[in-house]
Design a protein around this ligand. Structure first.
Ligand SMILES: C[S@@+](CC[C@H](N)C(=O)[O-])C[C@H]1O[C@@H](n2cnc3c(N)ncnc32)[C@H](O)[C@@H]1O
Length: 310
């Protein structure tokens, strides 16, 4: 690889001009303006410092290319056009996301991890601090997608082992890449199948269950933002007619797989927390049932302590 620089003045002026135009287009389309800067930073390494100092991006060249042929805006413009016209989320265009302090690879086969989902990791960590477990104890992340929850929890708790289940083989390929990128292959085990089906060897042995399941009622999916309804996997969104299909399974089947004195927590959609609490109470084997609000004040996570009486 050669490295070359562009003639400073012209490239910087064009970038500045393009940046302002793109921000105007973002605003008109209802897209956060910050995405323009994220795109320039991720694709060209052109961030606030370079802008302030009037520096042009540095180009990495293949053997046959020449620095003078390189147009820094070419690829960026194509991506930005797709962002505006096709409403493809920036994270899919870049193939990555920063979440809970982790850098994760993404493809449209997996849900883009949301900031509010960090609440699940936070609550699991609070529980683990209050209830220290023997080394090698297992937690499961059901519907792991990119592997975000399993990876975040494994990194925060070096003694814990994680099982990460998904029914989508494409999602599991993304999760495998992320697990490898964080060198967690020895502690995060990926399992293919529907919810508890691949967990037979861990019956009554799991010390924690986390899940951000699909919970949107089928009929509401087409009303979501195009970024979500057109591009995120249906399998990650669709919770069936009332949105509760997956939650029912997670509530009803968990007692067969959890060991006594374990942690259970799921993410829910606005308005579902109360129903989940009632179902857990009715089972009679959960204590300390709690609802946790996200930063927007929405009841987002329900957690409980699995403690059967016999
Ligand atoms: C809302 S996404 C959550 C992804 C990831 N945990 C996150 O929070 O970003 C739900 C995930 O559940 C998976 N899923 C859907 N149905 C499933 C099933 N029957 N068994 C296992 N996983 C399933 C989807 O493929 C998707 O990856």
């Amino acid at each position: 690889m050669n490295m070359g620089s562009l003639p400073e003045g012209s490239a910087v002026a064009r970038l500045q001009e393009w940046r302002l135009q793109a921000m105007g287009a973002a605003q008109a389309a209802g897209i956060p303006r910050e995405e323009v800067d994220i795109l320039l930073r991720e694709k060209l390494g052109w961030g606030p410092l370079q802008r302030l100092m009037g520096q042009a991006p540095v180009v990495k060249l293949g053997e046959q290319d020449s620095a003078w042929d390189w147009d820094p805006l070419e690829e960026v413009q194509v991506l930005w056009q797709r962002r505006l016209e096709e409403r493809i989320p920036l994270q899919y265009l870049l193939g990555q996301v920063e979440w809970a302090g982790l850098s994760l690879q993404l493809t449209p086969a997996v849900l883009i991890p949301r900031p509010e989902t960090e609440l699940l990791v936070e609550q699991a960590s609070v529980w683990l601090q209050a209830n220290p477990l023997p080394q090698g104890s297992y937690f499961v992340d059901l519907g792991t997608g990119s592997g975000a929850l399993a990876i975040a929890l494994a990194r925060q708790h070096p003694d814990l082992r994680l099982l990460a289940v998904d029914s989508s083989p494409e999602a599991l390929r993304v999760a495998a890449a992320n697990v490898a990128a964080h060198t967690l292959e020895k502690r995060v085990q990926l399992l293919s199948g529907s919810w508890f089906v691949p967990l037979d060897p861990w019956r009554n042995r799991l010390r924690g269950l986390l899940s951000n399941p699909p919970y949107i009622p089928s009929s509401e999916i087409s009303n979501l933002m195009p970024e979500v309804s057109w591009h995120e996997p249906q399998q990650a969104l669709d919770g069936g007619p009332d949105g509760l299909d997956a939650l029912r399974v997670l509530i009803q089947r968990a007692p067969e797989y959890l060991a006594p004195n374990s942690f259970w927590a799921v993410e829910v959609m606005q308005g579902q927390a109360c129903w989940v609490v009632e179902q857990l109470q009715a089972l009679g084997c959960y204590q300390q049932i709690q609802v946790h609000a996200d930063l927007a004040g929405i009841e987002r996570v329900v957690s409980a302590h699995f403690m059967p009486s016999s």
